[in-house]
Design a protein around this ligand. Structure first.
Ligand code: HEM
Length: 232
């Protein structure tokens, strides 16, 4: 995650290198294990698909390794952020939480508002394939453009009173990106958020925040590092 930040420090990059090394060991072993014994799991299914496309086993294994690693990175940090942020925001706004208890049909729009208010990924990167002008800014071929999704979500030209958390506003967040790279896991992430919120409303009516939340100092991948709660 540190490598995605705008200005990672040297020590963060060292941590990333070490973590990447261990992830490579783990996923390489996993791919080899599934090669030996196919099962009813995503990695085995990807191997079967890739073998149909690629004659060279080593190339197929490397592709499946990259896919497994990418899905883990893309799906874990992002979803854990949105789940914990959702709990924090709704406990901070008890009237809106009560509304959802009586109107569970509004849970999807509450999740959209959480995704708008504090998007798990605040910026999306692109490299310009040719010289172009984007919103009045000249961009040269091969330059990297950082699209600040988190800022767009708080643009008063798009949202009235954008810094207000309001589950009734019917937000249309850009949190899952757009176009051909639109997030593969968006329906899964929404399902996880719906399950958590439904269970929380049913099973933990007396939940409250019991300490100050702590955020990691990050721009690209947001992280609520600590959220303590108590059940009355
Ligand atoms: C709230 C949770 C999530 C958020 C906010 C999120 C956000 C994003 C964003 C912004 C992109 C587009 C990146 C770009 O255009 O450069 C993306 C792509 C992707 N996401 Fe997610 N994601 C989430 C959950 C997941 C989950 C749970 C999975 C997998 C199980 C996943 C897998 C992927 C994959 C594979 C792509 C690449 C799609 C492609 O390039 O065709 N994501 N995600």
């Amino acid at each position: 995650m540190f490598t995605q930040e705008l200005f990672p420090s040297r020590s963060q990059l060292e941590l990333s290198d070490a973590a990447t090394h261990r992830l490579r060991e783990y996923f390489t072993a996993l791919v080899q294990e599934r090669r030996r014994a196919h099962g009813d799991d995503p990695v085995s299914a990807w191997l079967r698909t890739w073998d149909g496309l690629e004659a060279d086993r080593a190339v197929a294994d490397e592709a499946v390794y990259s896919l497994a690693l990418f899905v883990l990175l893309a799906g874990l940090e992002t979803t854990s952020h949105v789940l914990s942020t959702m709990v924090w925001l709704l406990l901070e706004h008890p009237r809106q939480l009560e509304w959802l208890r009586a109107h569970p049909e509004d849970i999807p729009s509450a999740i959209d508002e959480v995704l708008r208010y504090d998007a798990p990924i605040h910026m999306i990167s692109r490299i310009a394939p040719e010289d172009t002008t984007l919103a009045g800014v000249r961009v040269h071929k091969d330059e990297m453009v950082q699209l600040m999704v988190g800022a767009a979500h708080h643009d008063p030209a798009k949202y009235d009173d954008p810094d207000l958390f309001n589950i009734h506003r019917r937000a249309s967040p850009l949190s899952f990106g757009g176009g051909v790279h639109y997030c593969l896991g968006a329906p899964l992430a929404r399902l996880e958020a719906t399950s958590l919120l439904t269970a929380l409303l049913e099973r933990l009516p007396g939940l409250r925040i019991s300490g100050s939340p702590v955020w990691a100092p990050r721009v690209a991948f947001r992280r609520l590092a600590k959220l303590t709660v108590a059940q009355a």
